[in-house]
Design a protein around this ligand. Structure first.
Ligand SMILES: [Zn+2]
Length: 59
Protein backbone atom coordinates (compact mmCIF):
# COMPACT_ATOMS: atom_id res chain seq x y z
CA UNK A 1 0.00 0.00 0.00
CA UNK A 2 2.99 2.28 0.44
CA UNK A 3 3.92 1.77 -3.15
CA UNK A 4 3.24 5.26 -4.38
CA UNK A 5 5.49 6.49 -7.12
CA UNK A 6 5.69 9.60 -9.23
CA UNK A 7 3.93 9.03 -12.53
CA UNK A 8 6.54 11.05 -14.33
CA UNK A 9 9.91 10.08 -12.88
CA UNK A 10 8.97 7.00 -10.86
CA UNK A 11 10.39 8.44 -7.69
CA UNK A 12 8.86 7.29 -4.44
CA UNK A 13 6.34 9.74 -3.05
CA UNK A 14 6.34 10.47 0.65
CA UNK A 15 4.09 13.51 0.87
CA UNK A 16 0.39 12.80 1.07
CA UNK A 17 -0.30 15.71 -1.22
CA UNK A 18 2.08 14.32 -3.79
CA UNK A 19 0.51 10.89 -3.44
CA UNK A 20 -2.94 12.30 -4.04
CA UNK A 21 -1.73 14.07 -7.15
CA UNK A 22 0.30 11.15 -8.34
CA UNK A 23 3.53 13.01 -8.82
CA UNK A 24 6.10 14.97 -6.86
CA UNK A 25 6.20 18.74 -6.50
CA UNK A 26 8.97 19.10 -9.07
CA UNK A 27 7.16 17.04 -11.67
CA UNK A 28 3.94 18.80 -10.84
CA UNK A 29 5.15 21.89 -12.65
CA UNK A 30 6.06 19.83 -15.70
CA UNK A 31 2.77 17.98 -15.51
CA UNK A 32 0.68 21.12 -15.19
CA UNK A 33 2.64 22.69 -17.99
CA UNK A 34 1.89 19.65 -20.11
CA UNK A 35 -1.80 19.77 -19.24
CA UNK A 36 -1.89 23.42 -20.15
CA UNK A 37 -0.45 22.68 -23.56
CA UNK A 38 -2.80 19.77 -24.06
CA UNK A 39 -5.76 21.90 -23.08
CA UNK A 40 -4.82 24.39 -25.74
CA UNK A 41 -4.64 21.61 -28.25
CA UNK A 42 -7.93 20.23 -27.04
CA UNK A 43 -9.53 23.62 -27.33
CA UNK A 44 -8.53 23.83 -30.96
CA UNK A 45 -9.74 20.28 -31.46
CA UNK A 46 -13.12 21.17 -30.02
CA UNK A 47 -13.40 24.19 -32.27
CA UNK A 48 -12.48 22.07 -35.27
CA UNK A 49 -14.99 19.47 -34.17
CA UNK A 50 -17.72 22.06 -33.92
CA UNK A 51 -16.96 23.31 -37.38
CA UNK A 52 -17.19 19.79 -38.77
CA UNK A 53 -20.59 18.84 -37.44
CA UNK A 54 -21.00 19.63 -33.78
CA UNK A 55 -24.49 18.27 -33.22
CA UNK A 56 -23.85 16.23 -30.11
CA UNK A 57 -22.14 18.91 -28.06
CA UNK A 58 -24.11 20.54 -25.29
CA UNK A 59 -27.67 19.38 -25.70
ZN1 LIG B 1 8.62 12.97 -10.35
Amino acid sequence: MDNYKCKLCGKKLTNWKSIQRGFGPVCENKYLDDIYKNQQVTLYSILAEREKGGNNNGK
